[in-house]
Design a protein around this ligand. Structure first.
Ligand SMILES: C[S@@+](CC[C@H](N)C(=O)[O-])C[C@H]1O[C@@H](n2cnc3c(N)ncnc32)[C@H](O)[C@@H]1O
Length: 235
């Protein structure tokens, strides 16, 4: 699959699903990803922030309301159109670009780049990550989340049996999802690629579900997501 093949699949997300996702995102975003993203991003007020793979734009809208000057990149047609429509009906000064992140050209322009659950959906993920690091100003902040590379696609299995089974980790593979393919790569591939591209790692987060949130589920025991915060070297 090429990047464009996968973007074509994402372009089939129907409007009712996009609208249901709303301004807060799904359960995982509300309870696992958003709180950690906002902590890692810190105070965004007055910052120029790139939301790489912005989907329906919920994160761009949240960060714009916190005072960031937002640009969202989203290549898939219906998601891009929804984000534009939201901006037209309630302007927050967000610029959306309909573009493949791997083709994005912006050198040293952003204080912060955030990419929420995107790189495992891009066949040519290395170009996409490289474009993100290039888009940062020296000393800029790069925060991203992905499906945890060690425990992918295991929620149903955990619910059914209370455990998960990993049979192959080293071999890259693609899994067909409802919209587009998901790509498995090892944890070290992601981490080493970041380190090789002028970034120093600040923190790695494996979000754990608050025990007050019931019923018992996988994310109380095994992380579904991996988040990484890195700083681009100052020179
Ligand atoms: C799981 S969704 C996450 C969307 C959004 N960041 C969020 O958290 O709701 C993955 C997103 O990656 C986008 N995507 C897929 N291929 C891409 C590419 N080559 N460049 C940029 N975005 C891409 C999809 O269109 C989709 O919006």
């Amino acid at each position: 699959m090429t990047n464009q093949d996968n973007i074509d699949q994402w372009s089939k997300v129907p409007n009712h699903i996009i609208a249901e996702f709303g301004d807060e995102g799904d359960f995982s975003r509300q309870h696992l990803l958003n709180p950690q993203l906002f902590r890692l991003l810190g105070n965004v007020s007055g910052k120029k922030v790139l939301d790489a793979g912005s989907g329906n734009g919920y994160l761009s809208r949240k960060l714009a309301k916190m005072g960031a000057t937002m640009t969202g990149i989203e290549p898939a047609q219906t998601l891009f159109e929804y984000a534009i429509q939201q901006e037209l009906s309630q302007p927050l000064g967000i610029s959306y670009l309909q573009q493949d992140l791997s083709q994005f050209q912006a050198k040293g322009q952003y204080d912060t780049v955030v990419s929420n659950m995107v790189f495992m959906d891009i066949p040519d993920y290395q170009s996409a990550i490289k474009k993100c690091t290039e888009a940062l100003k020296p000393g800029g902040l790069f925060v991203f989340s992905i499906t945890h590379p060690c425990f992918e696609n295991s929620s149903d299995e955990f619910l059914a049996g209370g455990h998960i089974k990993i049979t192959e980790y080293f071999q890259p593979y693609a899994k067909t999802m409802t919209f587009g393919d998901n790509y498995h790569r090892t944890l070290s591939e992601y981490v080493n690629f970041i380190l090789q591209h002028s970034c120093q790692i600040n923190e790695i987060v494996e979000p754990k579900l608050d025990s007050a949130i019931t019923p018992d589920q996988k994310d109380h025991h095994i992380p579904s997501f991996l988040m990484l915060s890195a700083t681009k070297s100052p020179s």
